[in-house]
Design a protein around this ligand. Sequence first.
Ligand SMILES: C[S@@+](CC[C@H](N)C(=O)[O-])C[C@H]1O[C@@H](n2cnc3c(N)ncnc32)[C@H](O)[C@@H]1O
Length: 417
Amino acid sequence: MVSFREPPPRPFLKWVGGKRQLIPELLQAVEAAGPFRHYHEPFLGGGALFFALARSGQLETRSYLSDANKNLIRAYLGVRDEVEVVINLLEQYKKRHDEAFFYQTRARSPRTLAKQAARVIYLNRTCYNGLYRENSKGQFNAPFGRYKNPKICDAENLRAVAQTLHEADIAVRDFTSVLDITRAGDLVYFDPPYNPVSKTADFTAYFRGGFEADAQQNLADVCAELASRGVKVMVSNSMTAFTRDLYGHKDFHVHEVKAYRLVNSRADKRGKISEALITSFPMRLDDRPRINGRAVSPAATPRKRREVRSKGVINRTAAPRGVERIRAKQWLMKNKYEDVAALIDEVMDEWRAEGKNTRRNWWEILAGDAKGNPRKVAGRVFPVLRAAQLRQGVPVTPGAICRDPKEKVPPAYGTAR
Ligand SMILES: C[S@@+](CC[C@H](N)C(=O)[O-])C[C@H]1O[C@@H](n2cnc3c(N)ncnc32)[C@H](O)[C@@H]1O
């Protein structure tokens, strides 16, 4: 059984196509799959579902984690096997961090595992948009991101991650290798590069990695083969006619889920889009309130009702309809607070996965504390002081953060979920 000290492990890399937002739905699918032997994630990326399962204590046996990206897997191995050296290196990088150091580090190809891991984590934390992307030659190519105070070394989380990964088999592998290492009763979650929604969609960026239509077909064949052997299969993909063609047959169930995706460079074109969650077992996604990720009926016993109230459970049907959230988030993105928006997502995904109430007034939180310091929530700092202070009519202190010189005061208070 994987056990961990506080704090619980969170993904230590932000990856293109990360699944943090869909964790509640993915956990429902895992629940519907029933007990499983080993967990496999062959398109690992940031490993959002793996860490969510580890946090909720559901990984009782060895997990098999892999990805075709060598730099990514070296980062996982470095954190698992040499976490203190990685932390030490990141502390040094933090002191040296500026644009010139970023480009120097980007150009380097270190040889040791710890240095390779520290390089990937450093670039991921400091590059534009905070996303580790590679070109077709496997070279990291994102430019410098102008963050005031990026969190380059989250030592506590890295230690928690190392402890969780201790139990895992981690390797560079093509996804097809799951055919050789799975047995009946295992659970596999495939989160491949998505098949594009349209020819112009930014999703096509994945395709430079070479995951074309024939690879999608190959994946669907692998899934069918695994399902026929009694392996429990879950797949994420875009909701397109092609996806329905690939999985819309008797072996699979195609469910629609919604995710807020920042896939369009124009802020006003961003929003919730439909994605597909495919399972080899039947399940029904529901909106019932949840305690610790498990659904409870609103008409349950009085004791359960009290529990729902006292644990502050999400009641999705009663939750505010995304408008305020999108306004808050769009404002953050427009004014170069991508990292703050990502932190909010991270904290809220954790809360949702734990079944906690996420009806928080994020402007209150962003405004900082009564003394004018950035607010710390769940161990993370939310520093959007200047605009929030101006909006509240509080004088702007010299330390108040402003990332965009043209930054306008955000809209009136709203509950951003
Ligand atoms: C959508 S991302 C996975 C995101 C991840 N689930 C998360 O939560 O961050 C897809 C991953 O598939 C990997 N990949 C692409 N082609 C692959 C292949 N043929 N075999 C294994 N992994 C592959 C990419 O390197 C990338 O990390």
